[in-house]
Design a protein around this ligand. Sequence first.
Ligand code: FAD
Length: 432
Amino acid sequence: MAEQGERIYWLDTCDAALPPVATGLPKRVDFAIVGAGYTGITTALYLARAGRSVAVFDAVALGHGASSRNGGMVGPGLHKLGISGLVAHYGEDQAVAILNEGLLALEHLQAMVAEEDLDGDLQIRGRFKGLRTAAHYEASARESDWLRTKIGLPSDMVPQSEQRSEIGSDFYRGGVVYHRDGGVHPRKLLVALATRAAEAGVEFHAPCAVTGLRRDGNDVTLNTALGSVVAGEVVMATNGYADRHSQPLNRRVVPIRTGAAAVGPLSPELMADLTPKARMHAESARVFMWYRPTPDGRSFIFGGRFGGQGTAVEKRRAAIRRSVLRVFPQLENAPFSHVWSGNVAYTPDHCPHLGREDGVWLAGGYCGSGVTRSIYFGTKLARRILGQPGSETAFDALPFKPVPFKPFSKWGAGMLMRWYAHQDAKELKNRD
Ligand SMILES: Cc1cc2nc3c(=O)[nH]c(=O)nc-3n(C[C@H](O)[C@H](O)[C@H](O)COP(=O)(O)OP(=O)(O)OC[C@H]3O[C@@H](n4cnc5c(N)ncnc54)[C@H](O)[C@@H]3O)c2cc1C
């Protein structure tokens, strides 16, 4: 599913080796998991630790999907609707519960990394969100006050006059620093998780696409590219890579292609100018760019909605470059060492979900903020399947509804993105 000519920075900078894949298919397993990303591997790890036989299948390779392609930014994952949208939609109590769940997810990730000794370069250095207009600055100040009061989320507003202490750019009208956010090396984290799962007895099968499921009494027969396997239960963990073979998840998510690029290596002086505190970065636009220094502090990763599926690498690179230079003109001659893309999964209610639909366990729909969430949801899903305590989430009361008019959803999402980009451009044009 990689576009031709793409190179993924994280794959080129990860020396750790994946555990080996199994040589033959098992006849029967307690659990078959479809998709070897953070969700599937985390669920597999805990099911295997509970003594169950578990096989994980990936159509292409372990970590082929978003889990090896993402920006590696972790945090409480504030909701896509924004605080006011969230409160208007769900009421204040539910909004607070959903936001608190994000903090619990982050704490879970940090605890798991420590307990499992996962080498994923986790660094908590905060996130600077650049605010594009004075109105965004004022709204953000109100929002961060609300977050501090309601869920105790620490943040600091940074006026435009002081923003050079956070970012080597004059593009923004100030910003806000969220101190709990941080970054990982996504591929290293994926390999570390897969290693723990293999040590717990999980069998990996790849490349081995699951092409169909058939319920036979209490069991499910999976058709795969290498033959059939009988499983007691199936977990669908294909997120943005869900297709017609990954029902019932596919019906419930809209995959959206996201682009990313690595710029570098850059001199230590330039890196210190771009991000004096080596923070994660985001911005207040509807169609926004995110960016961050690499864990070794030598390059920068930029990403966002730059070109849909099938966009040629050169075109994607040019689109990212235009956005990068608007914020950092000092990168005019910097080398773009890598350009790649990957799929995220959106849901109609902008919320991630986990549970059981049509007899299949599933988790996904992280809406582009899935590093922290997928590992948390993978853990919660395993607990729920096993009937263990601590499986509940603030999203449980929200039904995981099918996407209306699914065949047209990608087209609709594309139209919406273009409309949002138009609105963003208008706001920039009219700002002081
Ligand atoms: C460019 C990019 C940047 C991102 N940046 C961030 C970020 O900075 N912070 C953040 O929190 N989130 C980010 N995300 C989102 C995050 O990476 C994902 O939400 C998360 O990795 C999802 O993990 P997953 O295991 O659910 O799915 P994935 O890692 O996508 O894994 C799904 C797997 O399913 C497999 N599969 C599909 N169909 C089948 C089948 N029929 N049979 C067998 N296997 C199948 C695929 O091959 C794939 O490997 C980003 C995503 C992208 C693409």
